[in-house]
Write a new protein. Structure first.
Length: 76
């Protein structure tokens, strides 16, 4: 199984670009977050994955090339 996490090396998530279902999943997660549907706190995910959770923003920034994005702009 291919892995794609906040700890993945840049570009290792390129398989995600060609998978419409996974992209739709990420879009749905973002909508759920914006609507507050994922506001509950639980240690289930870190217990299962063995890794701390990260925000969608951090995940995307750490895997920008997988999403076809250029380097992050520095804050001025």
């Amino acid at each position: 199984m291919r892995s794609c996490s906040a700890r993945s090396s840049p570009g290792s998530c390129s398989w995600l670009l060609n998978d419409t279902a996974k992209l739709k999943h990420f879009e749905a997660i973002i909508i759920d977050q914006q609507e507050g549907l994922l506001a509950g706190v639980s240690d289930a995910a870190p217990s299962i994955t063995g890794q701390p959770l990260v925000t969608v923003e951090k995940f995307i920034n750490e895997n920008r090339s997988a999403f076809g994005l250029g380097p992050a702009r520095s804050a001025s």
